[in-house]
Design a binder for this molecule. Structure first.
Ligand code: PEP
Length: 249
């Protein structure tokens, strides 16, 4: 039986003190929550939020990291620096990193392997653009991003990977994939994982949905057999919009 994993990606929002205030509210509100939780503030707020979530049932996430452990990489943040702040999970391959910052699958794969080698959990984001969906290529894109993102990841390390299916056209747009459409892609991704790692690993794989998930559509999405949680952007920025999703049964 897979456990729902509800994660908030705060993107480039909130000062450290605003992030602390939200994290403090969430620690209280989700205290008895039945699911797995993570919040990913900006790098600048990680240290402060780390102290708030310590000992709670909310994991600390980062939104990205460098391909390298250290070195001359101006403006980048390394896995060692994240671990030093208490980060437990890192989001990799988010569509904003893929499309705005031109991260390709091989770069994302290097990051995935580096994060796992340091014991971090990874949320690997995959998902098609609107034109790719309209051209009937949604499965092809998700297959490629899944296979290339996970290339070289061992069966043991796969246990620390969550896949987030995020159709790019649904992110921050208010358009949500229908539960049926989302579930079909989730089932397809699970088939790819089965092909790569076997049926048991695929059955255990947590596959989150992301793309305008809100309190009023979360229950219908989460009711689907292959949807195991959510990666939430906009609705994660306030306790009164995130908590109802996080506490959704
Ligand atoms: C995201 O960026 O991962 C996301 C799903 O954003 P939103 O919930 O705002 O669509």
């Amino acid at each position: 039986m897979r456990k729902y994993f509800i994660a908030g990606n705060w993107k480039m929002h909130k000062t450290a003190s605003e992030a602390v205030a939200l994290a403090t509210d969430l620690v209280k509100e989700l205290k008895a929550g039945p699911h797995k939780y993570m919040i990913a503030p900006s790098f600048t707020a990680l240290d402060a939020v780390s102290k708030v979530v310590k000992g709670s049932n909310i994991l600390l996430g980062a939104q990205n990291m460098s391909t390298d452990e250290q070195g001359a990489h101006t403006g980048e943040v390394s896995v060692l620096q994240l671990k030093d702040l208490g980060v437990q999970v890192v989001i990799l391959g988010h569509s904003e990193r893929r499309h705005t910052y031109k991260e390709d699958d091989s770069m994302i794969n290097r990051k995935v392997k580096l994060a796992l080698s340091h014991g971090l959990e990874v949320i690997l984001c995959v998902g098609e653009l609107l034109e790719e969906r309209e051209a009937g290529k949604a499965e092809k894109v998700c297959e490629e991003q899944t296979r290339l993102g996970l290339a070289g990841v061992s069966l043991e390390d796969l246990k620390k990977v969550t896949i987030a299916y995020e159709p790019v056209w649904a992110i921050g747009t208010g358009k949500t994939a229908t539960p049926e459409d989302a579930d079909a892609i989730h089932a397809f991704i699970r088939k790819i994982v089965a092909d790569m790692y076997g049926a048991a690993a695929a059955e255990a794989m947590i596959i989150q949905y992301g793309g305008s998930m809100k309190a009023d559509n979360a229950a219908a999405l989460l009711a689907k057999a292959n949807i195991d949680g959510g990666l939430i952007g906009g609705a994660a920025l306030k306790a009164d919009t995130f908590a109802p999703i996080a506490l959704c049964k």
